[in-house]
Design a protein around this ligand. Structure first.
Ligand code: SAH
Length: 221
């Protein structure tokens, strides 16, 4: 799957290009060194088509087919940071596997990652990328993220990388006591990045930022 020549010292994969991305993320307010280090190390160019590889270390979202995008590195960093702020969760659920990049970042930080994707070819491709990188602690399921992944819950962290109009009740139910859920919430054009924290039956909600994600859609494809 991973062509050796794509990993060798060609310009786009160079240390300098990656350092520049990390520098950009620092300028944009990312502070968590663990997250910055993983973004520096992880080969994002292996999560996009070869034709787009030269742009893989730009701080932008890129198309991944099926009308979907790999998230912008800043937003991946921001969400991961928000998830980790109170400590490292044991199990994280991601809704919207897409390219598998966010799942890979999480898999470097937390013991168990469960990710759900509604578009079958994306789920299959992400699964093989994660396997090729040896990230065996990340599991991908083809399914509808509105249902979460009950069999492996409750989760200490949940992250949505597609935007619902409102956070689905089923996902809040699968959030463990003391857990946090980070999600873009709102309409098609722009959303609020919100974080929920659960303390027993009490949920607190705070707005962290403004972001733009693809919509969360029901059903599978
Ligand atoms: N985390 C991804 C971002 C992918 S874009 C990455 O790092 O590349 C969002 C993804 O959410 C798309 O692949 C889309 O198909 C998926 N998605 C949208 N609604 C969904 C749902 N209800 N369940 C699961 N996945 C969904």
């Amino acid at each position: 799957m991973i062509d050796e020549s794509r990993q060798r010292g060609i310009g786009m994969t160079s240390q300098r290009t990656r350092e520049r991305l990390v520098q950009r993320l620092r300028e944009k307010g990312i502070r968590d060194e663990r997250v910055l280090e993983i973004i520096r190390d992880l080969p994002r160019h292996l999560f996009v088509e070869e034709a787009l590889a030269s742009r893989a270390y730009d701080d932008t979202a890129l198309p991944i087919g099926h009308g979907q995008t790999i998230s912008q590195p800043w937003v991946v960093a921001r969400m991961t940071e928000a998830l980790l702020e109170d400590g490292i969760p044991e199990r994280v659920l991601e809704i919207g596997t897409g390219s598998g990049y966010q799942a890979a970042v999480l898999a470097r930080l937390v013991p168990e990652v469960y990710s759900v994707e509604r578009i079958r070819p994306l789920a299959t491709q992400a699964r093989s990328r994660l396997r090729a990188l040896g990230l065996h602690n990340a599991r991908v399921r083809h399914g509808d993220g509105f249902d979460g992944w009950r069999a492996h819950g409750p989760f200490q962290g949940i992250v949505l990388t597609a935007a619902p109009g409102d956070v689905p009740e089923a996902l809040l139910e699968q959030l463990d006591d003391g857990g946090r859920l980070v999600a873009p919430v709102g309409g098609r054009d722009a959303q609020e990045l919100v974080r929920y924290r659960r303390q027993g039956d009490t949920l607190t909600r705070e707005v962290l930022d403004f972001v733009v994600f693809v919509p969360m859609l029901g059903g599978v494809q």
